[in-house]
Design a protein around this ligand. Structure first.
Ligand code: 5GP
Length: 207
């Protein structure tokens, strides 16, 4: 019997990096499943319960924390977000690769618990592009946007703790998707290793 376990991948990136669209495309390739998180944040206009997130109340979230139902959880801009443990564990046992699209705090917690997890940071090519993408979404308030941009500085400071950096250039989503698929398939991706991008954060804000 084949007892090969699935591999766990974390995809993080500052708000506006395009990681959501990227994960959707990777999901279509069937190389991996994407875990659906629970959140106390209100759904955005185009979001659907059970598809984008499971939208639950703070009370329910706290109950699930108490029951040990989350693999990890974090607070982001005043809301809770958590990864349901059961689903992830079952996928891995069945040999299914799984992607967690979670924030950097969550990514680092996962790495502590599961050292063999592969952490991928998705980034816009430069800061101006990140700002333009966030503003262009039209579903984020000015205050929320400012907080998300401010937070990106800390997120990039953690880049060395991630395994790979994938630049999601505007109009080249397919290229970023192909790169992530290659990483999932275990193909060598030397040029994306974060150790080869030590100055990235500095140049990102300067450009
Ligand atoms: P958004 O409000 O833009 O959907 O998500 C805010 C941030 O929370 C994003 O960085 C997203 O990746 C992250 N996030 C979503 N689900 C989870 C989760 O289950 N755990 C953690 N730690 N972060 C999450």
């Amino acid at each position: 019997m084949d007892n090969k376990k699935g591999k766990l991948f974390v995809i993080s990136g500052p708000s506006g990096s395009g990681k959501g669209e990227l994960c959707k495309k990777v999901l279509e390739t069937k190389l991996a499943e994407v875990s659906i998180s629970a959140t106390t944040r209100a759904p955005r206009n185009n979001e659907v319960d059970g598809v984008n997130y499971f939208y639950i109340t703070k009370e329910e979230f706290e109950k699930r924390i108490g029951n040990g139902e989350f693999l990890e959880y974090a607070q982001y801009n005043g809301n809770f977000y958590g990864t349901p443990k059961d689903y992830v564990v079952k996928c891995l046992e069945k040999g299914i690769n799984i992607i967690l699209e979670i924030d950097v705090q969550g990514g680092l917690r996962v790495k502590n618990m599961i050292p063999e997890a592969v952490l991928i940071m998705v980034s816009a090519p430069d800061y101006n592009t990140l700002v333009a993408r966030l503003a262009g979404r039209g579903d984020t308030s000015e205050d929320d946007m400012a907080e998300r941009l401010e937070r990106s500085h800390w997120e990039y400071s953690q880049l060395p703790l991630y395994n790979y950096l994938v630049i999601n250039e505007t109009g080249k989503l397919e290229k970023a998707v192909a790169t992530v698929c290659e990483i999932i398939s275990g193909e060598a991706h030397e040029e994306c290793k974060t150790q080869n991008h030590r100055d990235f954060a500095e140049s990102f804000y300067k450009a």
